[in-house]
Design a protein. Structure first.
Lengths: 362, 366
């Protein structure tokens, strides 16, 4: 075999793994870019971190000034002492930023509670001493409350999962077939149809909620899972058709033609040859559709009330109930965040190529 | 193995005719080349035979079976694409096995078949690789293996060498030709490269503007082009074509030169040209330089080809206009640019064309 020196690299070297071959300016600009990315990432992560911390704070710690940021066991007591010290002597201590991590927010989020009367509270306290109370009951008791039953948060989250999940799958599958047809066949009025599909996205949701509300009431689709799945599917279909058409356009049609000549039907060729190559596009489209359906607020607020109510409007309405339980809201948001994070993380390797919309050629 | 018959096959895209009604019979075991410039309808014809494109008229039969409206998968033909179309998400072996799986062949038979073609094409060592990692030639071999493994009735190849570099193209040309001799399978091969067509084809179908211009063996197409298009298209450079007026015995070119028409051609030309305008055609090798040559020209340029030289000779026309003809000459003599040369035409290799209809004039007793 000929040595590298004689023949040179087989392909032009654009990026080298040899550090000494990279120009210093290029190395510097890379460092600067890396720093910029890290800074942006930190800024974007800040609200999430704040949310995460808040979810584990007690009522007092949530509203403390200066903000308590450092989780320390017994931190609430230390903070109060430090604040008193500041008031009395003017001495500033780091303990002013302490808070004690607690599951209070999660208890408030997941349970329905009532104020325990003095007699009931005493009864509960004896039970607690005998070790008969669960952690949740104990936390409620510390706030003078008694747990009556589970809250509807889990049900709302389940609704969100069902509605967003099914509508995403349906819109991606239907979108795939539609995109394939648009990409591969001569369709009369193709551009008009594509524009029509896109136009379903042109009005902001708020504008169409009222007519939709009236229609849904007439059709008995109001506050049903089916109604919400249908609505989100329709809304996502335009996105999925357009996105997937771009991805399928990129796959040369010769591959399917080869499969056709090799003895496969159109559908078999689609499944065996097109789908494996469109995986990246499908993953990207899935994430986009899922995020829309998962985050959707306006329709859900108007068109659901109980059985099919999704998480976004239900978390938002927590603000209105009695005192504002910031830690419960933060805990709810945290739980709401997790499914999308998991899906996005699982599909991340397809996303980079996916979001560039085929701008990069192979 | 199979005979392919096209009867009045036609393809229109909207109102635009891609292939005008054509008749063609491809014999069993024949290597037929569809040749023509891009957009002439040769690929469309091939795709209609494969079923990837529907016909808008006519019938196609394979071994006497009418396949005009059959799905590509039911025609028992293999297609080799210009860019190979190897499935990028499968290994070479999976690619080759793919058509056999469609037939639901038993795994043991599959192994036997695959081993056979893989040995024939010498790609044993590539079986577990993905097509993307292969060189152009190996991709081509894998694509050929995928076609061969099925033992189809006919092979259809759409510029299979178009994506390769020149050196490799020549080697693969020989390889494909050898495979054909070995397998003796009916093959329809599309190319725009006339050298490839001449080298590989048993017969060549020259197409232009959606119309078949000529069907013939490479020699026929080269020596007896049916019309001016074929004369120009085949050969590099193409046939020299000089227009003139036929008068009794001679053709008079615009530069006041006379060319004495060989006796055997006179009656045919007289009969064919109503307007007396005739185009004289001759291959560069049909002209030979000599002191006493009947035609006079001036050396315009010389291309040294090593084994021979190609002279570009300027024939004076009317009003300072001129025409360039190519004359092939031996490599030893030097011709300075601007020198006057005289040459004669080999009477056996001169052809005449009706200038207005562009068709070749046929000799009656030929």
């Amino acid at each position: 075999m000929a040595s590298f020196e004689e023949t040179g690299p087989r392909i032009p070297v654009v990026v080298s793994t040899r550090v000494d071959k990279i120009h210093p300016i290029s190395r510097l600009s890379r460092t600067i870019r890396a720093i910029a990315v890290v800074v942006v990432a930190l800024i974007l992560l800040l609200p999430v971190v704040a949310m995460g911390i808040t979810a584990f704070k007690s009522r007092n710690a949530v509203v403390s000034v200066p903000p308590s940021l450092i989780p320390v066991p017994n931190g609430d007591v230390l903070r109060v002492e430090a604040n008193e010290l500041k008031r009395d002597t003017g001495e500033i201590s780091i303990a002013r930023n302490f808070f004690a991590p607690t599951l209070e927010g999660f208890v408030f989020l997941l349970t329905e509670r009532a104020q325990a009367g003095p007699a009931r509270a005493a009864e509960l306290r004896t039970q607690a001493q005998e070790g008969q109370l669960s952690i949740f009951d104990q936390i409620a008791l510390d706030n003078g409350q008694e747990i009556l039953g589970p809250s509807d948060y889990v049900a709302r989250l389940r609704n969100s999962l069902i509605i967003a999940g099914i509508s995403t799958i349906v819109s991606v599958v239907l979108g795939l077939f539609a995109a394939y047809a648009f990409s591969r066949f001569r369709i009369p009025g193709e551009s008009d149809l594509l524009f029509f599909i896109l136009s379903t996205r042109m009005l902001p949701p708020v504008v169409v909620t009222i007519p939709l509300f009236l229609m849904y009431r007439q059709l008995n689709l109001h506050d049903t899972h089916f109604g919400m799945i249908l609505l989100y599917t329709v809304f996502n279909l335009s996105l999925s058709v357009w996105l997937l058409k771009g991805f399928i356009d990129e796959i040369p049609k010769e591959y399917e033609e080869a499969a056709l000549v090799d003895g496969y039907s159109r559908l078999q060729a689609f499944v065996k040859v097109v789908l494996p190559q469109a995986v990246g596009g499908i993953a990207a489209t899935t994430v986009f559709c899922l995020i829309f359906a998962w985050n959707e607020y306006a329709f859900a607020l108007m068109l659901t009330s109980d059985t099919a109510r999704t998480a976004p409007p239900s978390i938002a309405t927590m603000l209105g109930r009695g005192g504002i339980e910031w830690s419960a809201i933060a805990a709810g948001s945290l739980g709401f965040l997790i499914p999308v994070v998991i899906v996005t993380f699982a599909l991340r390797k397809y996303l980079l190529r996916g979001v560039t919309f085929g701008a990069i050629r192979k | 193995m199979a005979t392919i018959e096209l009867h009045q096959v036609e393809k229109k895209f909207g109102d635009f005719p891609a292939v005008k009604p054509m008749d063609l019979t491809i014999q069993d075991g024949e290597f037929l080349v569809l040749l023509g410039p891009s957009g002439c309808g040769k690929t469309t014809t091939l795709r209609m035979i494969s079923g990837l494109e529907t016909v808008t008229g006519g019938t196609i039969s394979l071994n006497g079976r009418n396949v005009t409206w059959l799905h590509p998968s039911e025609r028992d033909v293999a297609f080799v694409f210009q860019f190979f179309a190897l499935y990028p998400h499968m290994t070479v072996r999976q690619n080759i096995v793919f058509p056999l799986q469609a037939e639901r062949m038993a795994p043991a038979d599959i192994d036997k078949r695959v081993a056979e073609v893989v040995k024939m094409l010498r790609i044993e060592h590539l079986m577990s690789q993905r097509p993307g990692t292969l060189s152009g030639g190996d991709q081509q071999r894998a694509a050929l293996a995928r076609a061969l493994v099925r033992r189809p009735a006919a092979f259809l190849m759409d510029e299979p060498l178009g994506a390769l570099d020149a050196e490799l193209r020549e080697a693969m040309r020989a390889e494909i030709k050898q495979l054909h001799i070995d397998q003796h399978a009916t093959t329809v091969y599309v190319t725009h490269d006339q050298i490839e067509a001449m080298a590989m084809g048993d017969r060549i179908v020259v197409m232009s503007n959606a119309v078949v211009q000529q069907v013939g063996t490479p020699a026929e197409v080269y020596y007896n082009p049916a019309n001016l298009f074929v004369a120009r298209f085949i050969g590099s450079p193409g046939m020299n074509l000089v227009q003139g007026q036929f008068a009794d015995q001679t053709v008079r070119f615009s530069g006041e030169q006379n060319y004495e028409v060989p006796a055997e051609w006179k009656p045919a030309i007289k009969k064919a040209t109503g307007s007396n305008s005739v185009t004289v055609g001759f291959r560069p090798e049909a002209a030979h330089l000599s002191e006493s040559g009947a035609l006079v020209g001036e050396v315009y340029a010389v291309d040294i080809h090593g084994s021979y030289s190609m002279l570009h000779v300027k024939l004076a026309g009317s009003n300072g206009d001129f025409e360039i003809v190519h004359v092939r000459t031996d490599r030893r003599t030097n011709y300075p640019i601007g020198a006057q040369v005289r040459f004669d035409l080999n009477p056996e290799m001169v052809r005449f064309f009706d200038t207005s209809s562009e068709a070749a004039i046929q000799r009656e007793n030929a």
